[in-house]
Design a protein around this ligand. Structure first.
Ligand code: ACO
Length: 428
């Protein structure tokens, strides 16, 4: 017999169905709760609420497991191919060779921006935040590709996804060049996804930026590790916007805004600032840990802690190993890596962090690897967005294809004044 949860309120007893996911996680189905009982549930920040059924990403936060479409994240690390993972996240299975070739060709065909978008960059002030530019420009793409305002069918979705995934790196690189007052580098159709991005970022007139295989692999890996992470803040944003049947461009633009926050994707920038501050001698690693534990101080140990992981974030583990590997390959050293290791060692042996199960998250080492690749700090969160875009698209598609999907409309517990009269100005 199907399992039921029993809710007793006063002398009323209600039976609620219990759902079970493919990995055994159980959820009390309260879909009919308000209709049947008049009651709401109160779950601020939705920490206990499954808002959808999803077949894209599985996380076991206690064991530190992350899988895309069932495949452990570690298995993508040895020969990282971001384009292959992006297609798989969106379409639900690994692509066959001809499917991957077709998608790669679509990315190449769509790498240019409409010149109108290019002109918009000219009117931005120097130093404009790249995440603001990214969000605004992704939203603007809807003006240039109106056929994708209503996506019907896999082919149309694939075309729209290719436009977004391809153009996002052109937009990102252009925003960087704009901030520095440098001429834009048009994409080079002979280059693969990551190499093309680095070319647009770093080539200068008459001097092509040469991408080494180590650096190309490292960037593929960074993008893959950010590919999807089930119902995180930015993905939930994309779903909430998409639930109103807003178009894919608008949903992804909104997700970029959510990602910008320092408690989410912006944490990689905060980690770097923290490590630099320690390196400059403004703060010792021990002081940093002390400040993070001090409840009167809003400072947090950035890159530590996670709503879901109560164990080492598997992405942080892969990135830590990748840092060691890439620095050896490039015969380079970075004092910030040593500081990060020291901080990790201190935190993981401190009862404050042990008791709260606070471990390094993806942002702790991603910045150091991006720095080794040559990416400046203010582009870190943009790189996170490039990596996460296939995840947002996959989640938007899953919701769009679900015939039971409804507009997201949470409830509240009202705590304001009871009915009161409007007072004319002279009586206030
Ligand atoms: N440094 C110091 N203390 C921390 C940290 C941290 N990084 N993270 C959590 N804590 C403490 C909290 O103060 C709280 O302590 P208390 O129980 O004494 O009040 C306890 O651990 C639980 O923390 P919450 O904030 O309730 O955890 P929540 O799940 O809401 O937040 C979050 C998760 C936002 C990631 C948090 O750990 C944090 O702020 N970390 C730093 C920012 C960061 O690295 N963000 C990136 C997350 S990964 C991503 O978005 C890609």
């Amino acid at each position: 017999m199907a399992e039921k949860a029993v809710l007793t309120v006063g002398d009323q007893r209600y039976e609620l169905p219990v759902l079970e996911g493919t990995e055994g996680e159980r959820a009390i189905d309260i879909t009919r709760l308000r209709d049947d009982t008049g009651l709401l549930t109160y779950d601020p920040a939705l920490g206990n609420t499954a808002v959808c059924k999803s077949a894209i990403t599985f996380i076991d936060g206690d064991k530190g497991i992350l899988r895309y479409r069932g495949i452990p994240i570690e298995q993508f690390a040895s020969r990282p191919n971001f384009v292959e993972v992006a297609w798989m996240l969106i379409f639900g299975r690994l692509p066959r060779q001809e499917e991957l070739n077709r998608f790669s060709d679509l990315l190449t065909c769509n790498e240019l921006l409409h010149e109108g978008v290019g002109y918009q960059f000219q009117h931005l002030p120097p130093g404009a935040p790249p995440m603001a530019i990214l969000s605004a420009t992704l939203s603007n793409l809807a003006c240039y590709h109106p056929t994708f305002l209503a996506i019907e069918g896999e082919e149309s979705l694939e075309e729209a996804a290719a436009r977004l995934i391809s153009k996002v790196r052109t937009i990102a690189a252009f925003s960087y060049r704009r901030a520095l007052g440098l001429p834009f580098n048009y994409p080079d159709p002979r280059l693969r996804y990551c190499a093309n991005f680095l070319h647009m970022m770093f080539s200068i007139p008459y001097q092509q930026y040469i991408v080494t295989p180590e650096v190309e692999d490292a960037l593929n890996l960074v993008f893959i590790l950010h590919g999807d992470h089930e119902q995180n803040c930015s993905t939930s944003t994309a779903r909430v916007v998409g639930s109103a049947k807003a178009n894919l461009f608008a949903s992804c633009a909104a997700a970029v805004c959510a990602l910008w926050g320092p408690l989410h994707g912006g944490a990689n920038v905060e980690v770097m600032e923290m490590l630099k501050r320690i390196h400059k001698g403004g703060l010792s690693p021990e002081d940093c840990i002390r400040e993070a534990k001090d409840k009167t101080n809003p400072f947090r140990l950035y890159g530590f802690g996670h709503r879901v992981y109560r164990n080492y974030d598997p992405r942080a583990k892969i990135l830590h190993e990748a840092c060691d590997r890439v620095f050896t390959q490039l015969k380079r050293k970075d004092p910030l890596l040593d500081i990060a290791r020291k901080l990790e060692e201190l935190a993981l042996s401190d009862p404050y962090f042990i008791d709260r199960k606070l471990y390094p998250n993806v942002d702790f080492y991603s910045g150091i690897l991006l720095r080794a690749i040559g990416i400046p700090t203010d582009m870190f969160t943009v790189c996170f967005a490039i990596g996460r875009l296939p995840g947002w698209i996959a989640q938007w598609k899953e919701q769009h294809d679900d015939p039971t999907s409804k507009i997201c409309r949470p409830r509240q517990v009202y705590t304001g004044p009871n009915e009161t009269d409007y007072l004319p100005m002279e009586k206030r």
